[in-house]
Design a protein around this ligand. Sequence first.
Ligand SMILES: Cc1cc2nc3c(=O)[nH]c(=O)nc-3n(C[C@H](O)[C@H](O)[C@H](O)COP(=O)(O)OP(=O)(O)OC[C@H]3O[C@@H](n4cnc5c(N)ncnc54)[C@H](O)[C@@H]3O)c2cc1C
Length: 353
Amino acid sequence: MRVVIVGGGVMGCAAAVELAQRGVRDVVVLERAVAGAEASSAAAGMLAAQIESRDEQELATFVRARDAYGEWASALREATGIDIGHRRSGVLAVARSEGDLAAMKRAVEAQRAAGLRAELLDAAGAHAIEPELAPGLAGAAHYADEAQIDPPQLLRALVVAAAKAGVVMRGGTTVSTLLKEGGRCVGVGLDGRETLRADAVVLAAGSWSSLVPGVPDDLPRVRPVRGQLVMLEERPPRTSSIVFDGHAYVVPRGDGRILCGSTMEDVGHRREVTAAGVHGILGAAIAVVPRLAGAEMVRAWCNFRPSVAGASDGPLVGASPLPGLFLATGHHRNGILLAKTTATRVADAVLTS
Ligand SMILES: Cc1cc2nc3c(=O)[nH]c(=O)nc-3n(C[C@H](O)[C@H](O)[C@H](O)COP(=O)(O)OP(=O)(O)OC[C@H]3O[C@@H](n4cnc5c(N)ncnc54)[C@H](O)[C@@H]3O)c2cc1C
């Protein structure tokens, strides 16, 4: 059986590893640049299941994905020798007013009722966990089981694991069309010159998924939502928890690197780090952890979350309406979190088709 995967981001690479490890002999990943070139290496790497979920179903899905990561990280380390930086650093979501704190109290109670660790803290309690928080906060919600990984390390591990499992990774290879015959997807065309036939094609082209020629019109559209990130450095590290302040976040890696994010911008695929983006990100980060004003600014970058058109629409995963075509795309803000569970679902769908 040959499976061809369009896109070598976290979705394409994780699905390739899963399929190869489950016995598919001929797995080919086609990546127009290099594996992990786009959103997957650009991400902050939070496994923020309790913070990011919007309803009970998502909460259950996200928590399952987060809690499975420890085992995946160990398996990848064993297979490749690469440490993906999995750490249960916890999240502190700060409240700036009594009103914010009251809203957080409801969220914390709902999560505790679902059997999850969540705690409402007053300002003193929040500072006891993270002494560098700004003064004058009303309090915080603490989610001790939230975690993080280092995305570029994850992609390196997946590339090595894929090679060891026999996956063929073809970088610098753009898929120019999906091939269709008799109402079925039967392979792909490459740069208009070469065709590659396959028993199954997995679309994992991130925020470019809807732009791959031949993708059925009736699939929900995947559009880019730009996010900018700034990396600071402070050694020795003085913060350890991930801190959320509304939409802004600060993610200390534990080795002195601190990621600050992010923006949510509907600007197509414009690859720009903007003055306003960096200004807003750093302003919010310094407002919640003031000592970051003295940290060294290392670099800033942006990339594109693959977002499914309707606001409440989740990712596109598994079989598609076009036989032979499978989907692993549209994970928006949570593609790193959902990579392994998506790979499992895609492999299940391909192997039972
Ligand atoms: C700033 C930012 C912060 C984020 N933070 C987090 C976070 O903390 N936690 C989390 O879980 N998620 C986070 N995300 C989201 C996460 O990064 C994405 O959901 C995830 O990386 C999407 O993976 P992907 O493989 O679908 O897409 P991508 O990584 O974009 O990969 C798609 C690949 O397909 C290739 N491609 C496209 N078209 C073609 C073609 N025609 N032929 C061949 N190859 C093609 C591209 O070159 C690319 O390498 C963040 C995203 C951003 C932008």
